[in-house]
Design a protein around this ligand. Structure first.
Ligand code: GUN
Length: 278
Protein backbone atom coordinates (compact mmCIF):
# COMPACT_ATOMS: atom_id res chain seq x y z
CA UNK A 1 0.00 0.00 0.00
CA UNK A 2 1.25 3.44 -0.92
CA UNK A 3 2.28 6.14 1.52
CA UNK A 4 -0.48 8.77 1.34
CA UNK A 5 1.18 12.17 1.03
CA UNK A 6 -0.50 14.61 3.37
CA UNK A 7 -0.75 18.00 1.67
CA UNK A 8 -2.93 19.47 4.42
CA UNK A 9 -0.46 18.84 7.24
CA UNK A 10 2.43 20.16 5.16
CA UNK A 11 0.47 23.24 4.06
CA UNK A 12 -0.42 24.00 7.68
CA UNK A 13 3.18 23.71 8.77
CA UNK A 14 4.40 25.93 5.92
CA UNK A 15 1.78 28.59 6.72
CA UNK A 16 2.79 28.62 10.40
CA UNK A 17 6.45 28.98 9.41
CA UNK A 18 5.55 31.80 7.02
CA UNK A 19 3.72 33.62 9.81
CA UNK A 20 6.98 33.73 11.76
CA UNK A 21 8.72 35.28 8.72
CA UNK A 22 5.86 37.75 8.24
CA UNK A 23 6.07 38.90 11.86
CA UNK A 24 9.63 40.07 11.15
CA UNK A 25 8.55 42.24 8.20
CA UNK A 26 7.70 45.82 9.17
CA UNK A 27 4.81 46.09 6.71
CA UNK A 28 2.21 43.29 6.48
CA UNK A 29 2.49 41.73 2.99
CA UNK A 30 -0.51 42.38 0.77
CA UNK A 31 -1.80 40.11 -1.98
CA UNK A 32 -4.46 41.35 -4.37
CA UNK A 33 -6.43 38.87 -6.49
CA UNK A 34 -8.23 40.03 -9.62
CA UNK A 35 -11.28 37.87 -10.29
CA UNK A 36 -13.17 38.47 -13.52
CA UNK A 37 -16.58 36.88 -14.13
CA UNK A 38 -18.52 34.16 -12.36
CA UNK A 39 -16.60 30.90 -12.84
CA UNK A 40 -17.79 28.88 -9.80
CA UNK A 41 -14.49 27.03 -9.26
CA UNK A 42 -12.54 30.30 -9.38
CA UNK A 43 -14.83 31.82 -6.74
CA UNK A 44 -14.01 28.92 -4.43
CA UNK A 45 -10.26 29.07 -5.15
CA UNK A 46 -10.12 32.78 -4.41
CA UNK A 47 -12.07 32.41 -1.17
CA UNK A 48 -9.63 29.68 -0.11
CA UNK A 49 -6.66 31.88 -0.94
CA UNK A 50 -8.11 34.64 1.28
CA UNK A 51 -8.70 32.21 4.14
CA UNK A 52 -5.20 30.73 4.15
CA UNK A 53 -3.45 34.04 3.52
CA UNK A 54 -4.88 35.21 6.82
CA UNK A 55 -3.28 32.27 8.65
CA UNK A 56 0.11 33.26 7.20
CA UNK A 57 -0.45 36.89 8.25
CA UNK A 58 -0.90 38.10 4.68
CA UNK A 59 -3.44 40.84 3.97
CA UNK A 60 -5.65 40.19 0.95
CA UNK A 61 -7.96 42.13 -1.25
CA UNK A 62 -10.10 40.71 -4.06
CA UNK A 63 -11.08 42.91 -6.97
CA UNK A 64 -14.21 41.41 -8.52
CA UNK A 65 -14.92 42.49 -12.08
CA UNK A 66 -18.00 41.66 -14.17
CA UNK A 67 -17.94 38.94 -16.85
CA UNK A 68 -18.44 41.69 -19.47
CA UNK A 69 -15.17 43.48 -18.58
CA UNK A 70 -12.91 44.13 -21.55
CA UNK A 71 -9.18 43.36 -21.83
CA UNK A 72 -8.53 47.09 -21.38
CA UNK A 73 -10.70 47.25 -18.25
CA UNK A 74 -8.63 44.51 -16.64
CA UNK A 75 -5.36 46.07 -17.80
CA UNK A 76 -6.24 49.43 -16.21
CA UNK A 77 -6.95 47.76 -12.88
CA UNK A 78 -3.62 45.93 -13.00
CA UNK A 79 -1.76 49.13 -13.87
CA UNK A 80 -3.24 50.79 -10.79
CA UNK A 81 -2.15 47.84 -8.64
CA UNK A 82 1.35 47.98 -10.17
CA UNK A 83 1.63 51.62 -9.03
CA UNK A 84 0.11 51.03 -5.59
CA UNK A 85 2.99 50.83 -3.12
CA UNK A 86 0.82 49.07 -0.52
CA UNK A 87 0.42 46.05 -2.87
CA UNK A 88 3.22 43.48 -2.85
CA UNK A 89 1.72 40.70 -4.97
CA UNK A 90 -0.83 40.56 -7.79
CA UNK A 91 -2.68 37.42 -8.85
CA UNK A 92 -5.00 37.26 -11.86
CA UNK A 93 -7.28 34.30 -11.26
CA UNK A 94 -7.46 32.03 -14.33
CA UNK A 95 -9.27 31.22 -16.50
CA UNK A 96 -10.32 34.67 -17.64
CA UNK A 97 -13.54 34.95 -19.71
CA UNK A 98 -12.90 33.81 -23.30
CA UNK A 99 -13.14 37.27 -24.91
CA UNK A 100 -10.26 38.57 -22.78
CA UNK A 101 -6.68 38.44 -24.08
CA UNK A 102 -5.15 36.46 -21.21
CA UNK A 103 -1.53 36.74 -22.39
CA UNK A 104 -1.66 40.55 -22.63
CA UNK A 105 -3.36 40.81 -19.24
CA UNK A 106 -0.79 38.56 -17.53
CA UNK A 107 2.08 40.48 -19.13
CA UNK A 108 0.76 43.73 -17.67
CA UNK A 109 1.51 42.52 -14.13
CA UNK A 110 4.70 44.16 -12.86
CA UNK A 111 7.59 41.71 -12.85
CA UNK A 112 8.23 42.49 -9.18
CA UNK A 113 4.62 41.70 -8.16
CA UNK A 114 4.09 38.65 -10.40
CA UNK A 115 3.27 36.14 -7.67
CA UNK A 116 2.19 33.37 -10.09
CA UNK A 117 5.24 33.70 -12.32
CA UNK A 118 3.03 33.93 -15.42
CA UNK A 119 4.64 36.94 -17.14
CA UNK A 120 6.71 36.16 -20.23
CA UNK A 121 9.77 37.60 -18.51
CA UNK A 122 9.46 35.15 -15.66
CA UNK A 123 8.69 32.22 -17.97
CA UNK A 124 11.84 33.01 -20.02
CA UNK A 125 13.95 32.99 -16.87
CA UNK A 126 12.40 29.70 -15.80
CA UNK A 127 13.37 28.06 -19.09
CA UNK A 128 16.90 29.51 -18.83
CA UNK A 129 19.72 28.27 -16.66
CA UNK A 130 19.60 30.77 -13.76
CA UNK A 131 17.44 30.54 -10.68
CA UNK A 132 16.23 34.11 -10.27
CA UNK A 133 12.57 33.50 -11.02
CA UNK A 134 9.24 32.73 -9.38
CA UNK A 135 8.20 29.09 -9.48
CA UNK A 136 4.45 28.99 -10.25
CA UNK A 137 2.40 27.91 -7.24
CA UNK A 138 1.45 24.34 -8.17
CA UNK A 139 4.95 23.28 -9.32
CA UNK A 140 6.35 24.87 -6.16
CA UNK A 141 3.88 22.89 -4.06
CA UNK A 142 4.87 19.71 -5.92
CA UNK A 143 8.59 20.27 -5.24
CA UNK A 144 7.89 20.92 -1.57
CA UNK A 145 5.87 17.74 -1.10
CA UNK A 146 8.61 15.72 -2.88
CA UNK A 147 11.15 17.24 -0.49
CA UNK A 148 8.96 16.53 2.53
CA UNK A 149 8.88 12.82 1.65
CA UNK A 150 12.59 12.87 0.69
CA UNK A 151 11.92 11.81 -2.89
CA UNK A 152 14.92 12.43 -5.14
CA UNK A 153 13.88 12.63 -8.79
CA UNK A 154 17.40 12.68 -10.30
CA UNK A 155 17.74 10.04 -13.02
CA UNK A 156 14.11 8.98 -12.61
CA UNK A 157 11.53 8.80 -15.39
CA UNK A 158 9.01 11.58 -14.75
CA UNK A 159 5.87 11.60 -16.87
CA UNK A 160 3.77 14.76 -16.80
CA UNK A 161 0.27 14.36 -18.19
CA UNK A 162 -1.09 17.72 -19.31
CA UNK A 163 0.77 20.58 -21.02
CA UNK A 164 -0.83 23.65 -19.45
CA UNK A 165 1.13 26.86 -18.91
CA UNK A 166 0.04 26.81 -15.25
CA UNK A 167 1.05 23.26 -14.29
CA UNK A 168 2.35 20.90 -16.99
CA UNK A 169 5.03 23.01 -18.65
CA UNK A 170 6.52 24.66 -15.54
CA UNK A 171 6.45 21.36 -13.59
CA UNK A 172 8.34 19.70 -16.45
CA UNK A 173 11.02 22.41 -16.24
CA UNK A 174 11.34 22.09 -12.49
CA UNK A 175 11.73 18.30 -12.60
CA UNK A 176 14.20 18.61 -15.47
CA UNK A 177 16.20 21.03 -13.36
CA UNK A 178 16.30 18.36 -10.67
CA UNK A 179 17.74 15.97 -13.28
CA UNK A 180 14.69 13.82 -13.93
CA UNK A 181 14.17 12.42 -17.43
CA UNK A 182 10.97 14.24 -18.30
CA UNK A 183 8.25 13.28 -20.77
CA UNK A 184 5.21 15.48 -21.34
CA UNK A 185 2.10 13.59 -22.44
CA UNK A 186 -1.11 15.30 -23.54
CA UNK A 187 -4.46 14.81 -25.23
CA UNK A 188 -2.87 13.73 -28.53
CA UNK A 189 -0.44 11.24 -26.95
CA UNK A 190 -0.94 7.74 -28.29
CA UNK A 191 -0.81 4.78 -25.91
CA UNK A 192 -0.55 6.80 -22.71
CA UNK A 193 -0.20 3.61 -20.67
CA UNK A 194 3.16 2.85 -22.36
CA UNK A 195 4.48 5.99 -20.73
CA UNK A 196 2.77 5.61 -17.38
CA UNK A 197 3.92 1.98 -16.98
CA UNK A 198 7.50 3.16 -17.32
CA UNK A 199 7.18 6.19 -15.04
CA UNK A 200 8.84 6.43 -11.62
CA UNK A 201 7.02 9.72 -11.07
CA UNK A 202 3.67 10.67 -12.58
CA UNK A 203 2.24 14.17 -12.42
CA UNK A 204 -1.38 13.92 -13.59
CA UNK A 205 -2.79 17.33 -14.42
CA UNK A 206 -5.65 17.02 -16.88
CA UNK A 207 -8.96 17.06 -15.00
CA UNK A 208 -10.18 14.55 -17.61
CA UNK A 209 -8.41 11.20 -17.64
CA UNK A 210 -8.62 8.26 -15.25
CA UNK A 211 -5.36 6.56 -14.32
CA UNK A 212 -5.95 3.11 -12.91
CA UNK A 213 -3.63 0.87 -10.91
CA UNK A 214 -3.08 -1.51 -13.84
CA UNK A 215 -1.24 1.11 -15.91
CA UNK A 216 1.26 2.34 -13.32
CA UNK A 217 4.64 0.99 -12.23
CA UNK A 218 4.78 -0.67 -8.80
CA UNK A 219 6.31 1.71 -6.26
CA UNK A 220 5.90 4.84 -8.39
CA UNK A 221 5.18 8.33 -7.04
CA UNK A 222 1.76 9.57 -8.11
CA UNK A 223 1.18 13.33 -7.82
CA UNK A 224 -2.42 14.07 -8.69
CA UNK A 225 -3.18 17.64 -9.72
CA UNK A 226 -6.44 16.86 -11.53
CA UNK A 227 -9.82 17.99 -10.25
CA UNK A 228 -12.91 16.10 -11.34
CA UNK A 229 -16.39 15.76 -9.90
CA UNK A 230 -18.32 12.52 -10.24
CA UNK A 231 -22.06 12.24 -10.88
CA UNK A 232 -22.69 12.68 -7.13
CA UNK A 233 -20.66 15.90 -7.04
CA UNK A 234 -17.81 14.24 -5.13
CA UNK A 235 -14.32 15.59 -5.84
CA UNK A 236 -11.69 13.24 -7.35
CA UNK A 237 -8.33 13.57 -9.00
CA UNK A 238 -7.12 12.09 -12.30
CA UNK A 239 -6.23 8.86 -10.51
CA UNK A 240 -8.52 6.08 -9.44
CA UNK A 241 -7.32 6.27 -5.85
CA UNK A 242 -8.50 2.84 -4.76
CA UNK A 243 -6.64 0.86 -7.42
CA UNK A 244 -3.58 3.16 -7.63
CA UNK A 245 -3.02 3.18 -3.87
CA UNK A 246 -2.40 -0.59 -3.98
CA UNK A 247 0.37 -0.29 -6.60
CA UNK A 248 2.06 3.09 -6.08
CA UNK A 249 4.79 3.75 -3.50
CA UNK A 250 3.52 7.27 -2.78
CA UNK A 251 0.25 8.94 -3.76
CA UNK A 252 -1.42 12.31 -3.16
CA UNK A 253 -5.14 12.17 -2.30
CA UNK A 254 -7.76 14.48 -3.80
CA UNK A 255 -8.81 16.50 -1.93
CA UNK A 256 -5.97 16.96 0.54
CA UNK A 257 -2.89 16.57 -1.66
CA UNK A 258 -1.70 19.02 -4.29
CA UNK A 259 -4.59 21.51 -3.79
CA UNK A 260 -3.37 22.60 -0.34
CA UNK A 261 0.22 22.53 -1.59
CA UNK A 262 -0.70 25.03 -4.32
CA UNK A 263 -1.98 27.37 -1.61
CA UNK A 264 1.25 26.89 0.35
CA UNK A 265 3.29 27.63 -2.81
CA UNK A 266 1.31 30.82 -3.41
CA UNK A 267 1.82 32.12 0.11
CA UNK A 268 5.54 31.34 -0.03
CA UNK A 269 5.75 33.28 -3.28
CA UNK A 270 3.95 36.24 -1.68
CA UNK A 271 6.46 36.40 1.17
CA UNK A 272 9.46 35.79 -1.11
CA UNK A 273 8.61 38.68 -3.43
CA UNK A 274 7.66 40.95 -0.53
CA UNK A 275 11.02 40.39 1.15
CA UNK A 276 12.90 40.67 -2.14
CA UNK A 277 11.34 44.00 -3.07
CA UNK A 278 11.53 45.69 0.32
N1 GUN B 1 -6.28 28.89 -11.82
C1 GUN B 1 -5.97 27.60 -11.56
N2 GUN B 1 -4.75 27.54 -10.98
C2 GUN B 1 -4.30 28.78 -10.85
C3 GUN B 1 -3.10 29.36 -10.33
O1 GUN B 1 -2.17 28.67 -9.84
N3 GUN B 1 -3.01 30.70 -10.38
C4 GUN B 1 -3.99 31.47 -10.91
N4 GUN B 1 -3.80 32.79 -10.95
N5 GUN B 1 -5.11 30.98 -11.42
C5 GUN B 1 -5.25 29.65 -11.39
Amino acid sequence: MAVIMDGIALRNRILNELKIRVDKISQKPKLVAVLVGNDPASQIYVRNKEKFAEIAGIETDVIRMPETSSTNDVISIIEKLNDDKSVNAILVQLPLPKHIDTKTVLNTVSETKDVDGFTDTNICKMFGSGNNYIIPCTPRGILEILDEYKIDVAGKNAVIIGRSDIVGKPTAMMLLQRNATVTICHSKTQNLSEYTRNADIIVAATGKIKITGDIIKPGCVLLDVGMQRDENGKLHGDCDFESCEKIAGYITPTPGGIGPMTIAGLMENVIDITEKNM
